[in-house]
Structures are given as structure tokens and as C-alpha cells.
Design a binder for this molecule. Structure first.
Ligand SMILES: CC(C)(COP(=O)(O)OP(=O)(O)OC[C@H]1O[C@@H](n2cnc3c(N)ncnc32)[C@H](O)[C@@H]1OP(=O)(O)O)[C@@H](O)C(=O)NCCC(=O)NCCS
Length: 128
């Protein structure tokens, strides 16, 4: 089943800390989103062999809250390569209280664009 097991490569792991909480004590959605952006940048940067930027975030879904002490694991998979753009499927999973039950907490499709030194789109290198 889709929610039993992560898809993609484990690209980033970090711990949710008290400074990242909102007034209700849950972790800010923006913090989780930024971890996904980092993981998307790593994955796209490897595929594009260089600098990339985020141009769009689609189908962002916050499925479950993240709590202080959870280990956030972000999985990334390049699902489409265009000319300069790449779609990266990202899933975040929380390891509850460092070692407990693993749950999918977010998912989204990030579109990243390969750019040159001037920040202009450049082609993603072809692969067989
Ligand atoms: C990314 C950027 C360089 C693209 O420049 P641009 O002149 O709009 O480039 P283009 O119109 O040629 O589009 C480049 C690619 O992005 C795709 N694209 C453009 N808008 C898109 C959108 N809203 N969603 C998905 N893909 C999009 C195009 O289809 C094209 O893909 P392709 O080359 O694979 O065919 C420019 O928009 C930019 O610098 N954006 C800011 C990036 C940034 O700072 N990100 C961090 C945000 S805090």
C-alpha cells in the first residue's frame, strides 16, 4: 500500500526542535516545507549536475502533524525531466520520538529548474 513504505531515495534526515513549533506546539508547516525544498534541491541538483532553483510546488499535502522529537525523513524521486525542468516527488515521513512508529506526514511535487551562473534556465544533461 502507498502509505506503508516510502518511495524514492532517503535524501534528508533531521530532527524537529522546539524552535520550529507554532503556538499549538506542533511543528510549523513551513519548516517541513523548507526541509522538502532542501531535499528537492539535493535530488534535482544531482540529476542536473549543478545549480537548480525551485519554480513550483504542486499537490502539497500535510497529512499528519509533526511533533518535537520526531525524526523527519524526506524521500525524493525524479519523476519527470523536461528541457530545463525536473519534477521531484517528495514524501516526508516522521519517525515518532526518534525511533518509534514511522508515518507519512507530507507529500508534494516540486518542480525545479536547472540554471546557469546567471540564473537562466539551462538544459538538464541527457541520460540513457
Ligand atoms: C526558474 C526561472 C529561472 C525560470 O525562468 P523563466 O524565464 O520563467 O523560464 P522558462 O519560462 O523558460 O521556464 C523554464 C522551465 O520551467 C517550466 N515552468 C515554468 N513555469 C512553471 C510552473 N509554474 N510550474 C512548472 N513548471 C514551470 C517551463 O515549462 C520550463 O520547463 P522546460 O525547460 O523543461 O520546458 C525563474 O522563474 C526564476 O528565477 N524564478 C525564481 C526561482 C527562485 O528564486 N526560487 C526560490 C523561491 S524562494
Amino acid at each position: 500500500m502507498d502509505d506503508d513504505k516510502p518511495t524514492g531515495d532517503l535524501t534528508l534526515r533531521t530532527m524537529a526542535m522546539p524552535a520550529d513549533t507554532n503556538a499549538s506546539g506542533d511543528i510549523f508547516g513551513g519548516w517541513v516545507l523548507s526541509q522538502m525544498d532542501l531535499a528537492g534541491g539535493i535530488s534535482a541538483g544531482q540529476r542536473a549536475e549543478g545549480r537548480v532553483v525551485t519554480i513550483a510546488v504542486d499537490k502539497m499535502k500535510f497529512i499528519r502533524p509533526v511533533h518535537v522529537g520526531d525524526v523527519l525523513c524526506v524521500y525524493a524521486q525524479v519523476v519527470h525531466v523536461g528541457n530545463s525542468s525536473m519534477e521531484i516527488k517528495l514524501e516526508s515521513w516522521a519517525l515518532r520520538q526518534r525511533y518509534g512508529h514511522r508515518e507519512k506526514v507530507t507529500e508534494a511535487i516540486f518542480t525545479m529548474v536547472a540554471v546557469d551562473d546567471d540564473g537562466k534556465p539551462r538544459p538538464v544533461p541527457k541520460r540513457d
